[in-house]
Write a protein that binds this ligand. Sequence first.
Ligand SMILES: NC(=O)C1=CN([C@@H]2O[C@H](COP(=O)(O)OP(=O)(O)OC[C@H]3O[C@@H](n4cnc5c(N)ncnc54)[C@H](O)[C@@H]3O)[C@@H](O)[C@H]2O)[C@@H](O)CC1
Ligand SMILES: Nc1ncnc2c1ncn2[C@@H]1O[C@H](COP(=O)(O)OP(=O)(O)O)[C@@H](O)[C@H]1O
Length: 284
Amino acid sequence: MEPNGWREWTAADAAEWIVEPGPDDDKYARGVLGVITGSLDYPGAAVLGVEAASRAGVGMVRYIGPRRVAAAVLLRRPETVRVAGRVQAWLLGSGMDATRRSFVLAGELQHALASGVPIVLDAGALDLVGSHTGPTIVTPHARELANLLASRDLRSSVEEVRADPAGWAVRAARELGTAVLLKGAVTRICDPEGSRFTVTAATHRLATAGTGDVLGGILGALVATNHARFAHDRSALAKIAASAAWVHAEAGRRASEAVDGGPVTAMDVAGAVPAVVGGLARRH
Ligand SMILES: NC(=O)C1=CN([C@@H]2O[C@H](COP(=O)(O)OP(=O)(O)OC[C@H]3O[C@@H](n4cnc5c(N)ncnc54)[C@H](O)[C@@H]3O)[C@@H](O)[C@H]2O)[C@@H](O)CC1
Ligand SMILES: Nc1ncnc2c1ncn2[C@@H]1O[C@H](COP(=O)(O)OP(=O)(O)O)[C@@H](O)[C@H]1O
């Protein structure tokens, strides 16, 4: 236990949030993840997030986004569904620019925010925190957190957040009233109820483009598949987020180990996720 109550999340902790499908499950019972990510500028973020969610284990992914981005997503993951419908969780914002939101996209985001289901807000949807109706987590890196807080009249700079990530993550959770996952070599997860978890990456090779989009997909999948547990545990979102960060860190470690400690791409990290999830499930 670190000072101020921070605790490093373990494999045993993460295993508790891996939901295995049972004989009575179908894709809907397992949990459907709705994904609104990517843009014409950043189509890859959508591909990576959907790939990671699919690899982490989820009943189904519904993808909503520009036609050309959806085509790229489907090329990589043909099992992705484009039809709107019920979902158990939403992942919003990776690879989007909040300052360039079309009317149609703004409507789709508002629809998701009004649905009452748990929501992961990443990158270009971070500004929407506060208009959500269900349990919500924001997943910024240090610069995004500084910008988000500054936009809420909480003066902060990226240097200040980097100097005291724990303090700023806790302050953000209190001020925003949501769970916070602050990305970095040590990822910090906290919520207004007092949960405080760290996940320390085993390799700094994760500092490469798109790995945050992969984390978003893993987290979205774990939120969707744990949908039945939100009613019983007010800290569920923070624990699920810590588990997603653990799976991500371990997938990064394994992806690098597979190439003798060499470099990894974001897609390599996503590719290592099934074995990490399988290993956790075997602990049950
Ligand atoms: N393949 C993809 O589609 C990817 C999409 N991504 C998306 O890209 C969007 C922007 O994410 P960021 O975290 O980059 O955004 P940020 O807005 O946090 O970072 C941009 C900042 O980095 C600075 N910067 C740019 N190039 C630099 C350089 N070479 N050296 C030093 N500073 C530099 C810029 O001045 C700017 O201040 C997000 O929506 C994210 O999801 C990223 O995940 C990367 C991969
Ligand atoms: N130096 C580092 N060591 C280990 N992990 C890191 C390091 N820097 C970033 N990461 C991890 O890599 C991911 C980067 O996500 P993000 O900053 O959103 O990048 P991107 O937008 O390119 O996907 C996060 O999960 C973060 O915790």
